[in-house]
Design a protein around this ligand. Structure first.
Ligand SMILES: [Zn+2]
Length: 194
């Protein structure tokens, strides 16, 4: 998209943001929710063993790999059952911010950067809580609290992860497209030679 097309898209996007939307409140909510989950979890830890710290390492690793995989498979590739996610990510996020135009103009533009406000609750409820329950049942309470603490900060730090994950996803998608083109070319060459 050239600069004029980006500006035209931005104008259309901004026009439909609810007048009462506050980017600062949105960011504050996500930060407070994330920090609260971490603070409550950390306050429950007692005499953490080395093996229990491993839960945090594994959780953060899985979280990052999972976020990257969801980005590539659903955010950068259109799937019929995840059209809304694709529309929000490639349709909105990557049309609003391009490699040549990464700046926001005011906090209302954060709507297209931050995760939806409800997502942190869903992530903690559907990923954090069940894992913590299992670890508490089969492992230890320290392991459970460390697991619970891990997904929330990833939701809160979405703007910074976007700067790493999106370029990786774009690069990976580009390599896949190039490979598909080369594969087709090689196929034609083989057919022509046989
Ligand atoms: Zn992306």
């Amino acid at each position: 998209m050239d600069a004029t097309a980006v500006e035209a898209f931005r104008a259309r996007y901004r026009a439909v943001i609810h007048p009462r939307y506050s980017g600062r409140l949105h960011a504050l909510w996500i930060a407070v929710a994330g920090v609260s989950v971490v603070a409550v979890s950390v306050a429950q830890l007692h005499d953490v063993k080395a093996l229990e710290w491993l839960v945090l390492v594994v959780a953060l690793l899985l979280g990052n790999v999972g976020e990257y995989a969801i980005h590539v498979q659903l955010g950068h590739r259109k799937k019929r059952w995840a059209k809304l996610f694709y529309q929000r990510h490639t349709g909105d996020h990557h049309s609003f911010f391009t490699q040549a135009n990464m700046q926001w103009q005011n906090p209302r533009d954060w709507r297209v950067v931050l995760f939806p406000a409800w997502l942190i609750i869903v992530v903690v409820a559907l990923i954090g809580a069940p894992g913590a329950w299992l670890l508490n049942t089969w492992g230890s309470s320290n392991a459970a609290w460390l697991w619970l603490a891990s997904p929330a900060p990833m939701c809160s730090t979405k703007p910074s992860t976007s700067l790493i994950i999106c370029p990786m996803a774009i690069g990976y998608t580009g390599v896949c497209r190039a490979w598909r083109r080369w594969r087709t070319c090689i196929g034609y060459i083989i057919i022509a030679m046989t």
